[in-house]
Structures are given as C-alpha cells and as structure tokens.
Design a protein around this ligand. Structure first.
Ligand code: SF4
Length: 346
C-alpha cells in the first residue's frame, strides 16, 4: 500500500498510466537499498548505494513508515518508482528476493536502476497517448511505447546492458514534440523558462498556461493561484513550491513525486492520474487564486539549501546500479529527464 490512494481514470490509456505506480507490497524494498542518499533536509542519514536502509525491516517494510517526516526522512515520502520495483521483484526475478538469494543482489540492484528509467519513460509515453493534442504523433508514441515495453521484458542480464541514455534521448525527441503540440493549444505568447532558475520566485496568480517549464528549478516558488494548464513540467523541481489554488489539471508530464514534494491543499487542482498527497492539509486556505498572502521565506531558504546539497545525479553509475537518490522533486539532465527521489514504504 503506498501512501497515496489509487485514483481512477476515465480512459484506457489513463488506466494504464495508473498501473505504473509503486506497489511496495510486491517489491523487495529496492528503493530503500539501491540508491545512495546523503544526510540533508530530505534524509536523516548517509547511506551508500546497495546498502539497506537501517529502517528497512526483514519483511521489506519500513519500520518508521508512519513517522517518516518527523524522523527526518521527508525524501522518502515523495518517491515513486513508476512500478519498476514490483516488476523487477515479481517478473524479472520471479519472486526471488535478494535476502534469501544473495547471489541475485548485484544483478538485481543494477537491473532495478535500469528498470526505473524505463518505467519512467513508459509513464510519459502512456500519458502522451491520453492527450488528444498529441494525436499527430500517436503512432510514433505507440511504437516507442512498444520498444520500451520490450526492453522491460528482458532478463536481468539484458536489462543491465540496455543503453538507457540513448533510449531516453530517442524518446525525448518525441516527448518534446508532444510538448509543442500541447502547448500550441494555448494562443498568444507562452512563457519559455525551460531549465530556468525560478527558486523562490513569486509567481502568484501568474498565467502559466502553455509555459515551457521543463527542468526548471521551482524550488520554494510561490505558485499560489497560478494557472499551469498545458504547461510542460517534465523534470521541474517543485520541492517546497506552494501550489495552493494552482490549476495543474491539464499540466503535462507531471508526476506524483513532483506533486508530493510540493505544498498544496484542497484548492490545488491536479491531473486525473495523480492523487492529493496525504500530508497536504484537507482544507482550502485563504491563499487561493486571486489573493495575496505573506511569503514563507523559510521555505525558499531551506529549498535553496536543499537544491545545493541534494540536486545531484550520478549518471555514470546507472549501469552498475550505483545511483544517488536526490530528495523530493526532480533534478534534470541535458535531456530533461527527472531523477529519482523516494517513496514511502508501509
Ligand atoms: S522508506 Fe526511507 S526510512 Fe523507510 S526503509 Fe525505506 S529508505 Fe529507509
């Protein structure tokens, strides 16, 4: 059971999207073992790649699941492996876990890293197929989806040989085209802030419809009441961003872990495939669209510090399974691909 409830979706592609969610009950705690993390605002401790977190129990459940934030592990509450964990555990390794079968460890951990990348691409490709605006490239998207699914069906040895970066770049060309098509639905000038440093920016009630925000740093940004429909948010770092009253109902390439890393409440409108994080207040704040409120400077300061300490990515380690897990949100690389934060285990 993940921390977020499973939503429903009105169309088949959307329902397929929902299957690309972490199912921790069928995983071997891979996201609590494989990546490294550094003591920071997101994690209370340092942990080496491949070393089990001390809070991971023998049954692969988290011993502090209900108090992760209080115990200094907020980075664990925002992660989603896009279903890669249960795929590796139950399909690739047929239910043989790394504790009972230590000979599987190295290959399983390396394969998980690759699978996580592939499942993330499946998410974006599947989402793209739900978008009517992207219909001119639906055939190409279906082919890319089939190629990616084929890669995920390989055995562990095949998986670790996958050239993830190359495949990601090929898919990214398509995703950029999808982004163009979706954003073109918004007439007039559309903000292009791809990769921009918008840390702590005051974007209250801003019309960001159709904005190009790929890989932008929106850490601690004030987005209260902002209209982000048709905005491309792939890889945007939303840690601590204030989304109260914001409309993200038609934002594209937004993931659950980006939402989990931000602040919001009942006045935040999310896409159908995403759920309201349980740690968000179940109230509507006075800071909804069209209103002004006092800026929470501490969020920005803390977010800036976290950006400096955690926005790292060890791409060279992808093949070996040595990964560096960032905190909440998502860093980006030259191809705008998000990195991985952490997901709560039961
Ligand atoms: S959820 Fe976080 S704290 Fe819990 S076992 Fe996993 S890595 Fe450790």
């Amino acid at each position: 059971m993940s921390e977020t409830a499973q939503p429903t979706h009105p169309d088949p592609a959307g329902r397929q999207l929902l299957s690309l969610r972490a199912d921790c009950a069928n995983c071997f705690g891979l996201c609590c073992v494989v990546p490294a993390f550094a003591a920071s605002a997101d994690f209370a401790i340092d942990k080496r790649a491949g070393q089990p977190c001390p809070n991971l129990q023998q049954d692969f459940r988290c011993g502090i699941h209900t108090t992760l934030r209080d115990r200094g592990f907020p980075g664990c509450t925002v992660y989603d492996c896009f279903g890669a964990g249960q795929h590796i555990a139950q399909v690739t390794f047929g239910g043989r876990d790394w504790r009972a079968h230590p000979d599987t460890r190295a290959e399983m951990f390396a394969a998980f890293t690759v699978m996580r990348h592939l499942h993330e691409l499946l998410w974006y490709l599947t989402e793209s197929l739900t978008l009517a605006a992207a219909s001119p490239v639906h055939a190409d998207l279906r082919r890319a989806l089939a190629r990616t699914e084929l890669l995920t069906r390989g055995d562990a040895g095949s998986l670790v040989e996958v050239d993830v970066d190359r495949h990601r770049q090929e898919v990214n060309v398509l995703l950029l085209r999808v982004s163009e098509l979706v954003r073109a639905k918004i007439p007039g000038r559309r903000l292009d802030r791809r990769g921009a440093d918008l840390v702590g920016a005051d974007l209250r009630t801003t019309d960001l419809r159709g904005a190009h925000l790929r890989g932008s740093l929106l850490i601690g940004a004030d987005l209260r009441g902002a209209d982000l429909r048709n905005a491309d948010l792939i890889g945007a770092d939303l840690r601590g961003a204030d989304l109260r009253g914001a409309d993200l109902s038609a934002s594209v390439f937004l993931t659950q872990f980006q939402v989990n890393a931000a602040r919001g409440d009942l006045s935040t409108t999310l896409p159908a495939a995403l759920t309201r994080p349980p740690h968000w207040p179940r109230t509507r704040t006075p800071a909804s669209r069209g209103t002004a409120a006092t800026r929470d400077a501490s969020v920005t300061r803390d977010a800036r510090a976290r950006r400096d300490t955690t926005a790292t990515r060890d791409t060279s380690a992808a093949r070996s399974g040595r990964t560096t897990r960032t905190g909440a949100g998502a860093g980006t690389t030259s191809t705008d691909q998000p990195t991985r934060p952490k997901h709560p285990r039961r």
